[in-house]
Design a protein. Sequence first.
Length: 302
Amino acid sequence: MSAEFAFIDRLRALATHPAARALDDDAAVLKLGGETLILTHDSIAEGVHVRIDTDAVDVAWKLIATNLSDLAAKGAEPLGVLTSHALGDDAWDAAFAEGLRAVLDRYDVPLLGGDTIRLPEGATRVFGCTAIGRATSDPVPARSGARDGDALWVAGSIGDALAGFTLLEAGGADDGPLTAAYLRPRPLLAEGQALAPLASAMMDVSDGLLIDAARLAKASGLAAAIDTATIPVSDAARAVLRGREDELLRWGDDYALLFAAPVECEPPVPAARIGTMVDGQPGTVRLDDAVLNPDAIGGYRH
């Protein structure tokens, strides 16, 4: 068990409120009168979630967008965000603020507050965001609702972020659609709201398609059977990642929506059916004809 999962297991003894969903989901779901609030918090660290030389504008965009993606997975309408900021020099901080302005304006989300801190020289800087949303569907989709025989779908595409990262690492330009997929991911908010009423289970793909499919399957007490040929990969990503098709299933940073729905349902947004939820060892992934060893699933783990 990774250090991350071991620590989360310790926290489960504290997170006993029903809104916490036993820490098995992307966000907390808090009922208040006639409304249901969706709350999520994610952090990004330089050198881990973004390259050390990433422009401050892009760091700010990614911080907000990744949190909005968690709201999208719950079909939520964003109400606002709070951020924590590790101060740099004045120019860097000014560019970060401009990045916040750009992403908040793009998704019409208000900044509600937050905190700043100055770290010792040379320390790795970490930036945090709490996003608050309002549920648009009841019940709110969880990871745990998939049923045996449900179709498994992806809205969005897999591999563009890895292709963009690959181009940046090779010294390529940072203004194309693939690098934008890595530097400035697009949370699928409208798609999530459209899918929420019909999805039996839903989550965003942040750590890798295979590991996130395993998480959805485990939460639902099922296995996931996936057909590689049906996974939506753009032609541009295929061209960059030729020979690395297995890696793009495990790399993550896609922020697509992975969802299960009754087989008779037709998604109201563009989506690709990639497989079926089936009876089996909970959390197992069957890729084509092979049952994957948990160590072969890959994905991002702390």
